[in-house]
Design a protein around this ligand. Structure first.
Ligand code: SIN
Length: 328
């Protein structure tokens, strides 16, 4: 039997980070070349053929359209290549949910794409990267992984891109899956899916954007006024995501300014600064009257990604934007 053929796309992050000391605190994300990471992996005796392509060697805080475009092109090519069975992307954890969701929105689902990272650098005591990578290989090689869109493998869990969220700054168990739980539990020796694929036979939902429209996240705080909204409009924001209080709320003067922005053709999505929970329409805030959109289950970072994709596709009408957020 031929071993599964996996394309590994490297971008950097802590999984490719070295501290130079097993017990030191500081390190540089993306310091190690992908070849060095793969050399360590070869020693694991993984049951797959790995082909490597380095897209970047950066901390994921610096990822942007250029790297996303290169990742999208490489994934799209691999999707059409009969020699490739699955794709793994090594990635920093800080923005893994954004990259995963952007690719999930813009790629077809017929081959698995698995993002994997680490919370501890490769040479730290108790490093988690090699285990996470071995788990990612298990997932990307699995016959039942197709039709589930882009996934994130961390801490022995497989999370759907739409649900994954970084919820801890340093714990190896840093990711949560909201509102649906994990898709599967994985170890280097076992993989248990909890349900059937949720995107069987689905094509790409949106075209990959030609560029990124300026969409800002505005975090609400007690006592703030409307000036940050005016400032965002002043620098040409094409969309605004409110990381609001509770169910996506903000002081009255801020909501009024956001309503003016929406009336002027700048779509405004209300998400929440709270760790978890839905933001529904017309609960505390009258979205119908103010022309605003409720983010539903998407947190501010992923709401921004979806809004950028929608605006780049020419979708700015609040009802159409709301329909896209309802779909999640
Ligand atoms: C990064 O996101 O590149 C740094 C943090 C990490 O990978 O965990």
């Amino acid at each position: 039997m031929t071993r599964p053929r996996i394309l590994v796309l490297g971008t950097g992050g802590t999984i490719a980070g070295a501290a130079g000391s097993a017990t030191g605190g500081g390190y540089r994300a993306g310091g190690l070349p992908l070849a060095a990471v793969l050399e360590q992996l070869a020693a694991l005796g993984l049951d797959a053929q790995l082909a490597a392509q380095e897209i970047a060697r950066i901390g994921s805080q610096d990822i942007g359209w250029k790297e996303w475009q290169a990742l999208h092109a490489a994934c799209a090519g691999a999707m059409d290549d009969p020699q490739i069975d699955g794709i793994i992307i090594t990635h920093g954890t800080d923005t893994a949910e954004e990259t995963a969701f952007l690719l999930d929105l813009t790629l077809p689902a017929h081959k698995p794409v698995v993002l994997v990272g680490a919370m501890r650098p490769a040479d730290a005591v108790g490093a988690d990267g090699m285990r996470n990578f071995a788990n990612a290989v298990k997932v990307a090689s699995d016959g039942e992984a197709a039709g589930r869109g882009v996934m994130l493998v961390m801490g022995d869990n497989v999370l759907a891109a739409r649900d994954a969220r970084k919820a801890a700054t340093a714990s190896v168990d840093a990711f949560r899956s909201f509102p649906r739980g994990p898709l599967a539990r994985v170890t280097p020796a076992s993989l248990d899916w909890f349900g059937p694929p949720h995107r069987p036979g689905e094509g790409a939902r949106y075209r990959f954007p030609e560029g990124l429209p300026r969409v800002a996240i505005l975090t609400a705080g007690a006592g703030m006024d409307e000036q940050p909204v005016e400032a965002l409009l002043g620098i040409g924001a094409k969309g605004i995501v409110l990381a609001g209080m509770g169910q996506g709320n903000a002081p009255a003067s801020v909501l009024a300014a956001l309503a003016r922005a929406a009336a002027g053709g700048v779509p405004v999505v209300r998400a929440t600064r709270v760790d978890e929970g839905l933001v529904d329409r017309n609960v505390e805030v009258d979205d119908d009257a103010l022309g605003l959109v409720a983010a539903r289950a998407l947190g501010p970072a992923k709401a921004r990604v979806l809004l950028m994709v929608l605006i780049a596709s020419g979708i700015t009408d609040p009802a159409q934007v709301q329909a896209a957020f309802d779909r999640g």
